[in-house]
Design a protein around this ligand. Structure first.
Ligand SMILES: Cc1cc2nc3c(=O)[nH]c(=O)nc-3n(C[C@H](O)[C@H](O)[C@H](O)COP(=O)(O)OP(=O)(O)OC[C@H]3O[C@@H](n4cnc5c(N)ncnc54)[C@H](O)[C@@H]3O)c2cc1C
Ligand SMILES: NC(=O)c1ccc[n+]([C@@H]2O[C@H](COP(=O)([O-])OP(=O)(O)OC[C@H]3O[C@@H](n4cnc5c(N)ncnc54)[C@H](O)[C@@H]3O)[C@@H](O)[C@H]2O)c1
Length: 501
């Protein structure tokens, strides 16, 4: 058994395993310490299972649309939730095998255990069995508990990638059955008939959308004055409108005062009673089978031993890098990626992939470009979807830009009418006298509607390459597509609008 390597990565989520794969590809010996399953939150409890469920939700919604709009006589006989979960879990399982296979193929040694820092280049390992029943033990070069080394040292450096866990509110203790976080919601064996969702960020909106598609009564309670409050205000407005049209109750500017669970054997049948203060200052009681707590996630650093190497978390528990370009902490050689990072990192899997690559390349002695957080897309996979990249109108103005905006409903193009789900494209740009149409660099692209998660890729190149509407407008968009609406907005901003008045 070996105990010395070039790089130790602590945590095998998207941030950690991307760093490990890239470092190994660059010729470094890498040990990846993971106490649960490689793939982390995104693969096992986040992005992948939730998007699989949302795909099934789209199918259900499609059946309703088929009958209501298209004369296709189809009806929903019901949802076999166990079958839905089985398909979801099979997708997760196959992805998990894929990640393990990639790591093994790259020569990364996966050490199953919990790592604690003992120095700036060393960790102690406490062996752990798999914490999840779906574990595929021993595959992909993972060292099972019996072979786990007690300690490891690294010649080059360390990557902290221990991720995050669900946050809750003071006094609100999830019991895993009636008051749940996204972790427990995922593994619930059945679907609720009614849900209160606390938090209108990505998790809250996606679960509210999923449960509604599955037939539940859903009320979404968000403390800020709008859903997805980090997005453009027009996006929030459109999303709330879409949700209300689907029968999802949306309370913004609302605060949970108390949540009480009824005894399961009593007349309330185990319901959750959530007392909420609305934006108008009124107190209302929401009664539902479940309360989903989706008020954000907190970084995981307990037991990591940061203090032993002189590192501290910030007030919110994040591990801030001293050098954002290299994602290196104040302790040379100790890097940090993923959900451990405070903003401007984004708590997103694809941001953590990019961070993993940057860190690995630094450790290999290369000089990669820093992660450009401004051009990382942000997507909510609800129905309707939201997708955005770059600055919101409000952020652009706050940053001192002289702002020009243009927007267009998706239903203004034929394909948008075919989909019949509303939606919009909004582009935020800076005013520039000499540029075509008096509009300069594109600062942000904001989308709501069907399939916009796939359409945002164009916006990310436009924002990332600091293009102007005139640069984009000369590129012809396929007809008829939803992305034509994006093209039309750029044409209008370049002074060449065709269908927009
Ligand atoms: C419901 C949900 C849906 C999401 N959907 C999306 C989405 O659609 N798109 C998107 O981009 N993002 C999404 N996210 C966010 C995404 O999952 C995270 O941003 C991403 O997983 C962060 O990766 P990470 O590597 O930083 O941490 P994690 O994935 O949390 O991985 C950290 C790993 O470290 C391990 N670990 C922790 N401490 C130790 C230790 N001391 N020793 C050894 N191992 C340790 C853990 O077991 C874990 O496997 C979603 C999150 C949730 C909860
Ligand atoms: N599609 C995606 O990319 C996706 C999907 C799910 C999760 N994620 C990521 O996972 C992380 C966690 O997601 P999340 O939605 O839990 O967090 P979030 O921070 O995105 O949203 C939490 C929401 O809860 C609200 N809130 C906070 N306290 C509240 C209270 N007391 N009452 C009511 N509302 C309250 C906040 O205002 C915020 O809108 C985020 O980083 C998110 O980006 C991403």
């Amino acid at each position: 058994m070996y105990d010395q390597t070039d790089v130790i990565v602590i945590g095998g989520g998207t941030g950690g395993y991307s760093a490990a794969l890239r470092a190994a590809a660059l010729g470094l010996r890498v040990a990846l310490v993971e106490r649960d399953l490689v793939g982390g939150t995104c693969l096992h409890r986040g992005c992948i299972p939730s998007k699989a469920m949302l795909h099934a939700a789209e199918l259900v919604d499609g059946i309703a649309e088929a009958g209501e709009r298209w004369g296709v006589r189809a009806s929903l006989d019901g949802v076999d939730y166990a079958a839905l979960i089985a398909t979801r879990d099979d997708i997760v399982r196959r992805n998990h095998l894929g990640v393990e296979g990639h790591l093994a193929h790259a020569g990364v040694t996966v050490v199953r255990g919990s790592a604690t820092l003992t120095g700036p280049r060393s960790v102690a390992i406490t062996p752990s069995g798999a914490m999840d029943p779906r574990a595929t033990a021993g595959a992909g070069g993972a060292l099972g508990a019996p072979d786990t080394p007690a300690s490891l040292t690294a010649r080059r450096g360390l990557v902290l990638a221990t991720g995050s866990r669900p946050r809750t509110l003071p006094g609100l203790v999830p019991d895993g059955r009636r008051i749940l976080t996204s972790d427990e919601a995922l593994f619930a064996a059945d679907l609720p008939a009614s849900v209160v969702v606390l938090g209108g960020g990505a998790i809250g909106c996606e679960y509210a959308s999923f449960y509604r598609s599955m037939g539940a009564e859903v009320t979404l309670v968000e403390a800020a004055d709008r859903l997805v409050p980090l997005e453009d205000a027009d996006v929030s407005r459109q999303l709330a409108r879409g949700f209300r049209r689907r029968g999802i109750g949306v309370l913004t500017g609302a605060r949970l005062l108390e949540a009480v669970t009824e005894p399961e054997s009593g007349p309330g049948g185990g319901a959750v009673r959530a007392t909420v203060r609305t934006a108008r200052g009124e107190t209302t009681e929401l009664v539902a089978q479940r309360l989903l707590v989706a008020v954000g996630r907190a970084p995981v650093t307990d037991g990591l031993g940061l203090e032993r190497i002189g590192l501290a978390t910030d007030a919110r528990g994040f591990v801030p890098p001293a050098d954002w370009d290299r994602l290196e902490t104040a302790v040379p050689g100790v890097h940090v990626v993923g959900d451990l990072l405070p903003p401007p990192s984004l708590g997103l899997a694809h941001a953590s992939f990019a961070e993993g690559l940057v860190v690995a390349e630094h450790l290999a002695g290369l000089a990669p470009r820093p992660v450009d957080y401004a051009s990382v897309p942000r997507v909510t996979y609800s129905s309707p979807q939201t997708a955005a990249v770059g600055l919101t109108e409000e952020q652009a103005r706050a940053a001192g830009h002289d702002v020009v905006t243009n927007s267009m409903p998706l239903t203004a193009v034929a394909k948008g009418m075919v989909h019949g789900q509303g939606g919009m494209v909004k582009v935020v740009a800076e005013r520039a006298g000499s540029a075509a149409g008096g509009v300069g660099r594109v600062l942000g692209v904001h989308l709501v509607g069907p399939h916009v998660s796939e359409m945002v890729a164009e916006g990310q190149l436009v924002v990332g390459w600091e293009a102007e509407p005139g640069d984009v407008a000369q590129h012809v968009h396929a007809h008829p597509t939803l992305s034509e609406a994006v093209g039309e907005v750029f044409l209008s901003l370049a002074g060449r609008g065709l269908h927009q008045v």
